[in-house]
Design a protein around this ligand. Structure first.
Ligand SMILES: NC(=O)c1ccc[n+]([C@@H]2O[C@H](COP(=O)([O-])OP(=O)(O)OC[C@H]3O[C@@H](n4cnc5c(N)ncnc54)[C@H](OP(=O)(O)O)[C@@H]3O)[C@@H](O)[C@H]2O)c1
Length: 273
């Protein structure tokens, strides 16, 4: 479990990764540059973008403007579905790198397991990794059976599986499987895209700790050892979402939040994509 914004978790290739970061799905234009800038000013050191978000260039711009040494930052981007397959994936990586305008990407993920293609995409990512062009490679939205299938094409185990994860979708079986293979779980849509902030149990726990509902959910993620990447375009939310290290949820709070699971997805089931 991390104890500050600077704290890192260790990936299966020995590399460090911040345990907390900013997501920028649906964030465009000035909003994107601003949210990344506020996040970096607050002390966030990890940004999660994707080719599909159409803001890799804006993330790169905000990162460069920040003046923070590149090696202190951790930038993730993702291979989009239309670019899957061996050769298209190699080309898409070059395009993403160019758009971001940085010398390297820290973590490159296959965004979704596209049937008939994701194994070839994985072979391409392994090649890029072995050529030293990416510091770590991983996947997103992979069920256990997708992760198992990767072993047919490479011995390289994904460093990360980025999956939808919030109190109403706590993903315990997949978290346990990933832990058994030393694959780090990164939870996306941690706030249920905002829909879980009014949940009465979350609100009650927030009241007891004099914290916001978002802080309670994010703290729950962190105490569960899940890396989390909330999105916000509001300066006060970007700031308060990272203010998680001056309180702890009790065991009873954790059990209550764990008990909210309904396997409720807001996003697509990876088997149907
Ligand atoms: N790999 C994938 O397939 C995938 C899919 C989805 C998401 N992701 C990643 O995960 C990141 C986070 O997930 P998400 O964007 O789906 O949603 P999220 O972080 O669960 O929720 C974002 C929503 O919550 C609101 N919010 C944030 N902090 C708040 C606060 N303190 N108080 C009240 N409202 C607050 C935001 O509004 P305001 O802007 O008004 O604060 C926004 O509407 C994405 O941005 C993306 O990087 C990955």
């Amino acid at each position: 479990m991390i104890h500050s914004l600077d704290d890192q978790v260790k990936l299966n290739n020995g590399m460090g990764m911040p345990g907390f970061g900013l997501g920028v799905w649906h964030v465009r234009g000035e909003d994107c540059v601003n949210s990344v800038t506020w996040a970096l000013e607050t002390g966030y050191r990890m940004i999660d973008t994707a080719e599909h978000y159409q803001n890799e260039d804006l993330v790169g711009e905000a990162v460069r403007r920040s003046g923070i040494p590149r090696e202190q930052l951790f930038i993730t981007t993702k291979l989009w579905n239309d670019d899957q397959g061996y050769d298209p994936a190699l080309k898409a990586f070059d395009k993403s790198l160019k758009k971001i305008g940085l010398d390297y990407i820290d973590l490159y993920l296959i965004h979704w397991p596209i049937k008939g293609k994701y194994l070839d995409s994985w072979r391409a990512l392994v090649r890029l990794y072995e050529e030293g062009r990416i510091r770590a490679i991983g996947v997103s939205n992979f069920h256990r059976h997708h992760l198992e299938a990767l072993t047919n094409v490479s011995d390289v185990v994904p460093a990360v599986n980025q999956i939808e994860l919030h109190p109403l979708l706590s993903q315990v079986p997949l978290r346990e499987y990933c832990a058994s293979r030393n694959i780090l779980v990164e939870g996306y849509s941690p706030l249920g895209t905002g829909t879980e902030l009014d949940h009465p149990v979350i609100r009650a726990i927030a009241g007891q700790h004099h914290k916001t509902a978002a802080q309670v959910i994010l703290r729950w993620s962190i105490q569960n050892g899940v890396v989390t990447i909330p999105r916000s375009t509001k300066k006060e939310h970007v700031f308060s979402n990272a203010d998680l290290f001056d309180f702890s949820l009790t065991e009873e709070d954790m059990v209550r939040i764990d008990g909210l699971n309904e396997n409720k997805r807001n996003n697509t089931d990876p088997d149907t994509v």
